[in-house]
Each structure stands twice: as structure tokens, then as C-alpha cells.
Design a protein around this ligand. Sequence first.
Ligand SMILES: Nc1ncnc2c1ncn2[C@@H]1O[C@H](COP(=O)(O)OP(=O)(O)O)[C@@H](O)[C@H]1O
Ligand SMILES: [Mg+2]
Length: 248
Amino acid sequence: MNTTTATQPVLQTHDITKSFGQVPALRGVSLTVGAGESVAIMGPSGSGKSTLLHCLSGVLTPEIGQVSFCGEEISSMSDRRRSHLRLANAGFVFQDGQLIPELSARENIALPLMLTGTKKSKAFAAADEVIGRIGLIDLRNRRPGDMSGGQAQRIAIARAMVARPKVIFADEPSGALDQATGHEVIQLLTTTARMAGTTLVMVTHDINVARWCARLVEIRDGLVHSDRRLDIESSKNNNTPIHEEVML
Ligand SMILES: Nc1ncnc2c1ncn2[C@@H]1O[C@H](COP(=O)(O)OP(=O)(O)O)[C@@H](O)[C@H]1O
Ligand SMILES: [Mg+2]
């Protein structure tokens, strides 16, 4: 059932389990994600998607099993080392953007660089470059409260990309947007990741969002239920569901 990857693995879990008290969230998940892959994770609410994303990104540590990031075992690392690895190599996009309201778009985007010691002027230049690339330079000085949801989510994508991470983790990135805006935001996220060669792991409820990825992993009840490749080009031009069983 596992889809093996031809490229060098960027992320790998081996039989991970994670519970919250008596509630099992993951019950033995093994997954390998290659460099530059885009993977959609789907599954019913409460099936363990966010927990898996958090274990992959080192935010949570599984009780059993290993997680490796670019060949390094992260599940047994110190919190400090793991945080550093995450800051340097991972970008995050969440459902509601989670931009800092007091900061302008440019400051929000520059923040991950400044947190790893980049000088402000250099970080701002990098932020301007990314914001220009996605065509939102006019928003540079605007605060999140003065943007639409779609604009804020594009800024969140720019922030996730600015440090040129190896992996972007996205949890329901279009979940708070209307369908048309959500689609545009996902198009931006997947195409910029692909162009930069960045690996993308994206949780979504929406099969039309998942279609922008090259691979679909379905989680059910804390286990990998299916793992298959998607034909991105043909599926983009085709509105019929590719797999009825993942229409949730
Ligand atoms: N911090 C937490 N504390 C307690 N239970 C949690 C916590 N996070 C997740 N869970 C539980 O673990 C299971 C999987 O949750 P989650 O990974 O968030 O699912 P999904 O993202 O697929 O909706 C659910 O039963 C959920 O209630
Ligand atoms: Mg979730």
C-alpha cells in the first residue's frame, strides 16, 4: 500500500503512534515523502491528520516509532535542536493564516528570517522579493486586519516560503476561505512550492484542493488507509471525483 518515492526521502515516519490521554490519534503510521513531492492528506475529522502533520514537523513527538527529517532522526532530539531544525527547514501555513496582527505584511514575512538571525534589512529585502513574486507588493505595509482572508493567506504563504524551507506544512490552508478564493490560494501555494522544488505536505478536506498535489494519502482512524499518486494535469481539467471513497 505504501507508495515508495524515487527521490531521496525528506520525511520518513516508521510505525508512529501518538495518543492524547486515552484517545489514540495515530496507531502506527509509516510514511515516506521524497524531495519536491506534494502530498495531500485527507480523512474524516478526528482521524489524526493534524497530529500526523505535527509529528512530521517535529511539533509533537510520537510515543512509539521514529520520525526522520532529511535523514536526521528528530523524534529523539532535544526540544531546542528540534526547534532550530524546524525554523531553518520548515514553513507553515494554517487555516487562519496566524499572522501577527501588530506587524505589517512585510514584517510578518520577514519574521522567520529574523528569528534565525538574519539582519532586518536583508530579511526585508527577501520579504519584498517574495511578496513581489506573488504580485502583492501593494500590500507590503498593510496589517492583517486591513486585508481580505485571501490576501492574508497569500501573505502567510509568502512567510512560509521566505526562508526557502525544504518542506512546507499546511493544515487546511483554504479551510476558512470561499471556494474561489481558496482555489486561487491553493494554486499559489502548490505552484510556488513546485517551482522552488519545495516539498509540500497539505491537510485538506476538499478533494479539489488535493488534486493540486501529486499524491494523496488518506488517513482513517489513525492509520494510512490509502496512498496513491494523482495525475495533477488531467485531474485539474476534470471535475469528476477521482475516488468516490475520499469524497468526505
Ligand atoms: N491536544 C489534544 N488533546 C486531546 N486530544 C487531542 C488533541 N489533539 C488531537 N486530539 C484527538 O486526537 C484525535 C485526532 O485529532 P486530529 O489529529 O486533530 O484529527 P484531524 O486533524 O484529522 O481532525 C481526535 O480524537 C482528537 O480529538
Ligand atoms: Mg486537523
